[in-house]
Ligand binder design. Structure first.
Ligand code: AGP
Length: 620
């Protein structure tokens, strides 16, 4: 949600900013804008609803010469306050036009601030919360206690703002400086040679530098050609956390694929292998920034998994593994529901918060609630230094690399792998598994990347099936045991990419209602358990399939290689390699990702940027 780029250096700010915004497109947006300081007291601003292309056309129409300067900023907006129209797009300016602001997050006390500005005779030109910040900074700069001090004016206004926000501010009287501030929303500084960047995500400046500084909570940074300076909101010197980005430009490009999502599906074996790497050493499972001791893990008497969307589905898989391996009760909860129902938490509760972005507001609030109740929180995250791991007691990073496609694919598989690591770490600490059993489970996990590679070798058949069913009105997905979360994930992928009605069900629930949906030629995808490991469930699912086939549905069956018993009931059969029962989601999910992507492509949709969706959802 909302992408932000700021730049001061020796290149064309417009080029750097537009290039950065392109790399942030994956976050999701519905309008875009830029502001460039011309060095002579001028501040040129342009903004446009719709895709970046619309903004670029507008820039061509007005003439790019007006944007010749080497300090500036840009923004992609995901509408919260006011519809996605030109006047609500960022940057927003004060009445004089000297101050420009771009913003990510929500200023929660904006109604009060707006009323205050209106009472002072200021007419606001947009419906946004952001515009209030532009006027307040201008007023502070003109007549506040630190009048004439640009960074101090920004700090003074930040102290008044409530909510989560990243602000980037330009002032026409200070053409060589950009000031940025953060509270809870993401902001990183890029450190180049004689050039500095601020952005929501390192992807925005990765083609210029891999050296970055992560800003802390309630910090302000000023960038100029000479360097950067960090303070807290009170103006006291502060320090960010320097880091070097461990991936390069090629990871953020399509690498010959038509879409990022297709590249990311292909990258899943590496994402899995990288997530597992280094986590078994000296005969033990080792987690990353594990600030929880073995005693802490032994004290746990209940586990909650909190997450949203795809991450939630990975949590559902975790429940089966942790309960089975550790004999611990596990509840999996949508993060958006968690804190509003007063869950029973105490210091012996372990809350596992799963989020690829580490920015999801619902999950972040669930983490905060859990910590207030004294529960211990372990984050599983794909983004180094994001807010959720920062606020958790411990973190286990998935190393899937950057995921640009809005639909989660490789991060889902990596999250499942990380969940298994948590389960094994708990089992190891609590002694519910002997060391040789833990070692065996880990070895099975290590074999998963090769199995996923094998599935990827068969995607042509899945694409063909996708083409045949692309014009269906709806698709149902069924599974049992760990196949149930896989069914939910398959349905979610199809909804978000192909805008089709898709529902996932526990196959046993079919007869309790959903069977009424079955009609002639309705495609029903069934995730079959192994005929070996869970023989009873296999037989039950075969009965379920025959019931739906008898009612005219078309069955698309994902089944283990050599599963002859299911063949007569499959109108389409997609074979996957045999896996230990709990690990089957790692291979069974892949064809469903491919199926959804192909159906969406057949229907003419952009699978990297599904409508209305954002990659990181930073509002509740
Ligand atoms: C997945 O395809 C979706 N885009 C969405 O459900 C996502 O998984 C959810 O918003 C959670 O995001 P997070 O992992 O960044 O917290």
């Amino acid at each position: 949600m909302c992408g932000i780029v700021g730049y001061v250096g020796h290149r064309s700010a417009l080029d750097v900013v537009i290039g950065g915004l392109r790399r942030l497109e994956y976050r999701g947006y519905d309008s875009a804008g830029v502001a460039v300081l011309d060095g002579d007291g001028g501040l040129a601003v342009e903004r446009k609803a719709g895709r970046l292309g619309n903004l670029e056309q507008q820039l061509d129409a007005v003439g790019r010469d007006a944007f010749a300067g080497s300090a500036g900023m840009g923004h992609t907006r995901w509408a919260t306050h006011g519809p996605p129209v030109d006047r609500n797009s960022h940057p927003h300016r004060d009445t004089s036009g000297k101050v420009a602001v771009v913003h990510n997050g929500i200023i929660e006390n904006f109604a009060t601030l707006r009323a205050e500005l209106e009472a002072a005779g200021i007419e606001l030109a947009s419906d946004t919360d952001t515009e209030t910040a532009a006027h307040l900074i201008a007023l502070e700069y003109a007549e506040g206690p630190t009048a004439g001090d640009f960074p101090a004016s920004v700090r003074a206004v930040c102290r008044r703002l409530e909510g989560a926000f990243t602000l980037v501010v330009a002032h026409a009287d200070h053409p060589d400086v950009i000031v940025a501030a953060r509270r809870s929303s993401p902001l990183v500084v890029g450190v180049g040679e004689g050039e500095y960047f601020v952005a929501s995500d390192v992807a925005a400046f990765i083609e210029h530098t891999r050296e970055a500084v992560e800003l802390g909570q309630d910090q302000v940074v000023e960038i100029s050609r000479d360097g950067y300076r960090v303070t807290d909101f009170a103006g006291e010197p502060a320090e960010g956390k320097p880091f070097t980005v461990n991936w390069d430009l090629s990871a953020a490009e399509k690498g010959g694929h038509d879409y990022f999502m297709l590249k990311e599906i292909d990258e899943q074996p590496e994402a899995l292998a990288n997530t597992l790497r280094g986590h078994f050493s000296g005969g033990r499972i080792v987690l990353d920034e594990q600030r929880l001791t073995d005693q802490d893990l032994r004290d746990v008497d209940k586990v909650f998994v909190v997450a949203c969307g795809t991450a939630y589905h990975s949590g559902l898989v975790a429940k089966y593994a942790i309960e089975h391996w550790c004999r611990l009760p596990v509840e999996v909860e949508l993060a958006s529901e968690f804190r509003y129902r007063d869950p029973v938490l105490d210091r012996d509760t372990l809350v596992v918060a799963i989020s690829q972005s580490g920015e999801t507001a619902d999950t972040l609030e669930a983490v905060r609630h859990a910590r207030e109740q004294k529960a211990r929180v372990l984050a599983i995250c794909n983004t180094n230094g994001a807010q959720i791991p920062r606020e958790s007691d411990a973190v286990l990073y998935t190393h899937a690399g950057p995921e640009i496609g809005v639909a989660a694919t490789k991060t889902f598989l990596a999250q499942i792998a990380a969940n298994y690591l948590v389960g094994l770490a708990l089992a190891q600490a609590r002694g519910t598994k002997y060391p040789d059993e833990v070692a065996r489970e880990f070895a099975e996990l290590e074999a998963a990347p090769a199995a996923v590679r094998k599935v990827l070798g068969t995607v042509d058949q899945v694409r063909e099936i996708g083409r045949r069913f692309a014009q269906s009105k709806a698709v149902l997905f069924l599974g049992r045991h760990v196949g149930y979360p896989v069914a939910l994930e398959g349905a979610l992928k199809l909804k978000e990419l192909a805008y089709m009605h898709a529902e996932g069900f526990a196959a046993g629930e079919l007869k309790h209602g959903p069977i009424a949906l079955i009609e002639q030629d309705l495609p029903v995808v069934v995730v079959m358990p192994s005929p070996k490991g869970r023989g009873v469930l296999h037989a039950k699912l075969v009965s379920n399939i025959s019931e739906i086939q008898a009612r005219g549905a078309r069955t698309i069956v994902i089944a283990e290689e050599g599963d002859e018993a299911v063949r007569p009931f499959a109108d389409e059969l997609i074979e996957i390699p045999a896996m230990p029962t709990l690990l089957q989601p790692l291979v069974a999910t892949v064809p469903l990702q491919v199926l959804a992507a192909e159906i969406a492509r057949q229907r003419g949709f952009d699978i990297d940027k599904p409508r209305n969706l954002a990659k990181s959802v930073t509002v509740e």
